[in-house]
Design a protein around this ligand. Structure first.
Ligand code: SAM
Ligand code: SF4
Length: 266
C-alpha cells in the first residue's frame, strides 16, 4: 500500500506487551511504569487477525517487539500463529536477549527468521547501570543461542548518546566484528520532545524512507512513532483502523506525548 507521500508501506511492528524484565533508563521508569491492564492487551487471536487483514493490504514483514517480547507468555505459539498466515514473508523480533538462550531454537522452529538484540555496552557493570540490574552474560548467552538456532542475521541495536564514535559504541562495534554481527547505532530519542535521528546502519529515523505502521499491545494502530495519532482496532475494526492510520501517516514525525518506548515498541 502507498501512503499520501507515495511511500510503500509493507512493514508492521507489533508490540506484544508493555512489560519488561529490564528497566533501561531511557525507555522505562524504574517504579510505577503505568502498565496496561491484562484485559486491555491483545489476545493472540486478535494479533493473528490483524496480520491476516494487513497482508492483503500489502504488509509482508512483521516484527515483534515490546516491552520485552520474550516475557509474553507462550510467545513461541504467537510466532507460529503469525507464520501460518499466508503471505507473511518475514517475521523478526527485537529483544533484549536475556531470555533468548531459553527460546531461540523454539522460536526458529516456529517460523521466526531473525532477531535484533539490544546491547549498548559490553561492560557488565555499565550494563547493570543502564538496564537497572540486568546481567550482561545472559545477553551474550542469548546471542550465542540465536546464532546457533540460525536466526540469521543477528543484528545488534546499540543506543548511543552522542554517536558511534563514543567509547561504549566502539567497544560494541569491536565485539560485533569479532562475533560476525551487524551493529546498528540508534541515537537516543525522546518521544515527548520529538528529538529523533537517523539510525546508522539501519532504516529507522529517516521519515522519507519510512515503510511501517505500528500496533500497540492494547490494539492501537499508529502511523508514526513520533505522533499521537492512534486508531483502535477494537472500536473501529481492524481494516478501518489500518486504513485510517495509512491515510493519516504524517510526512514527518513530530512528538508523541501518549507513549513511552516500552509501551509503543521502539
Ligand atoms: N525489549 C526489547 C529490546 O530492548 O530490544 C524490545 C523493545 S525496545 C523498546 C526496542 C528498541 O527501542 C531497543 O533497541 C531499544 O534500545 C530502543 N529504545 C528504547 N528507548 C529508546 C530511546 N529513548 N531512544 C532510542 N531507542 C530506544
Ligand atoms: Fe525493556 Fe527493551 Fe525498554 Fe530496555 S529498551 S527497558 S529491554 S523494553
Amino acid at each position: 500500500m502507498l501512503d499520501r507521500f507515495n511511500r510503500k508501506i509493507h512493514y508492521l511492528r507489533i508490540s506484544v506487551t508493555d512489560r519488561c524484565n529490564l528497566r533501561c533508563h531511557y525507555c522505562m521508569p524504574e517504579n510505577d511504569p503505568c502498565l496496561l491492564r491484562h484485559e486491555d492487551i491483545l489476545r493472540f487471536e486478535e494479533i493473528q487477525q490483524v496480520v491476516a487483514v494487513a497482508v492483503p493490504l500489502g504488509i509482508d514483514k512483521i516484527r515483534l517487539t515490546g516491552g520485552e517480547p520474550l516475557v509474553r507468555k507462550d510467545i513461541v505459539e504467537l510466532v507460529s500463529m503469525i507464520s501460518e498466515v499466508p503471505g507473511v514473508k518475514d517475521i523478526a523480533m527485537t529483544t533484549n536477549g536475556v531470555l533468548l538462550d531459553r527460546f531461540a531454537h523454539d522460536l526458529a522452529r516456529a517460523g521466526l527468521k531473525r532477531v535484533n538484540i539490544s546491547l549498548d555496552t559490553v561492560d557488565a557493570r555499565k550494563f547493570r547501570t543502564i538496564t537497572r540490574g540486568g546481567e550482561l552474560q545472559k545477553v551474550f548467552d542469548g546471542i550465542r543461542a540465536a546464532k546457533g538456532a540460525g536466526l540469521h542475521p543477528v543484528k545488534i541495536n546499540c543506543v548511543v548518546k552522542e554517536g558511534p564514535e563514543e567509547s561504549e559504541a566502539k567497544a560494541v562495534q569491536a565485539y560485533g566484528r569479532k562475533e560476525g554481527l551487524e551493529v546498528r547505532f540508534i541515537p537516543r530519542m525522546d518521544l515527548g520532545t520529538g528529538h529523533f535521528g537517523v539510525v546508522s546502519g539501519g532504516t529507522g529515523g529517516d521519515c522519507s524512507q519510512c515503510n511501517r505502521l505500528r500496533l500497540t499491545s492494547d490494539g492501537k494502530v499508529k502511523p508514526c512513532l513520533f505522533s499521537d495519532l492512534a486508531y483502535d482496532i477494537r472500536s473501529l475494526g481492524i481494516q478501518r483502523a489500518m486504513e485510517m492510520a495509512l491515510g493519516a501517516k504524517p510526512e514527518k514525525g513530530t512528538v508523541n506525548k501518549q507513549n513511552l518506548f516500552h509501551n509503543i515498541g521502539g
